[in-house]
Design a protein around this ligand. Sequence first.
Ligand code: TRP
Length: 453
Amino acid sequence: MDMDKKTVHGEWSSRFAFILAATGSAVGLGNIWKFPYITGENGGGAFVLVYLISVLVIGIPLMMAESMLGRRARQSPIGAMRLLTKEANADESWHYLGWMGVLAGMLILSYYSVIAGWSMAYVFKAFFGSFSGAEARDIKELFDNFTGSPLTLIFWHTLFMSITMWLVAQGIQNGLEKAVRVLMPGLFVLLMLLVGYAMTTGAYEQGLSFLFKPDFSKITGDAILIAMGHAFFTLSLGMGAIMVYGAYLPKNVSIARTSLLVVAADTVVALLAGIAIFPIVFANHLEPSSGPGLIFQTLPIAFGNMTGGWFAGVLFFVMLVFAALTSAISLIEPAVAWLIESRTMDRKVACIWTGLSVWVLGLGSVFSFNIWSNVKVFDKTFFQLLDYLTANLMLPIGGFCIAIFAGWVMVQKDAEAELALANPLYYQIWLILVRYVAHAGIFLVFLHVVGVL
Ligand code: TRP
């Protein structure tokens, strides 16, 4: 009896822990910083629609696939791919997929940390009242001066990387999952508050129609790829991060239901951020397409001019930093785990090496915003190039390979048993999405790379 009780309790809390960890990984700068600015750069409504469709038909099935593969193998992505390949009698080279994931995570973290550093700096700017009563012009000047200084950016980038690596070295992901419990509701409340402010700007409807009224003349091949890539980025898919978390998922938990919850939370946060930001953009005659600085040039206007704005501003940026931290951990953990496993390295030493490499790479992104802002390859700065390579190519390719593995290579009886869907029809739908949508997607990426699309 006693043991039964313990098991039930343990499993419930683990399911909750998985949801927390996966949501912590998914909700981050991708939702609040990246989604609004790429939406602004790609013309709004039609782009948002492609993003939402991608989340629905690729994001959800793939979130299920990654969790399922992780739970089946119960180990790190590289090990998991090795094991599952053996089970399926498939080609050994599948485990290179795990490698690409490790690399993609490190590349993403290198610029993610720079932007998280901006968010940290903005906690202090908010605290010292830099936004109070400020107008759009002052806020833009503040931002330009800030990003114009390489040393300042390096300082914050270093601080964020140090905290991340320190946390990963301690292996205290559990503590951070607890932080997510407070963070998610808090972030939600603050975003609602910002939406409330956005309603008073006089450009609320203009903002909404920019976001939700699709104008298909504005959609290009590039925009479709970016929208699709962002579905992977924002849900932390395509590199094995969710696979790692899936490894700790108890057997009797519904993968479909948990995946849906995580995807829903992530999407709601992104849309709320968009709804809060664009009315401020239009009310202050700012450019929707002003790029990575968008939230740093809009939200401070709201904080500077609304009642209780000082408090809300400090709290908002603190939460943004926490959201970034819980995501950053999932970006670097695969690399650290791999070093520990295969090189029998101490966890701390592994953290120092991966952290240092990521930090050095991050300098390239720091300089993209100042001294190297004119250094361009394929018309892109270092930061833009890295973002494009990872979010638009590596993640979709990685994700689609995972889909092919789950849909075609893996022993289908195993996949069906592991997913344990309530209705065989649901399994058929999942299989079709994972099998065919993945192929179509890869084809799309391929066409784009060779320049047809
Ligand atoms: N999803 C996170 C965000 O939206 C970023 C992130 C964390 C990520 N882990 C990942 C992206 C793994 C791709 C793969 O901010």
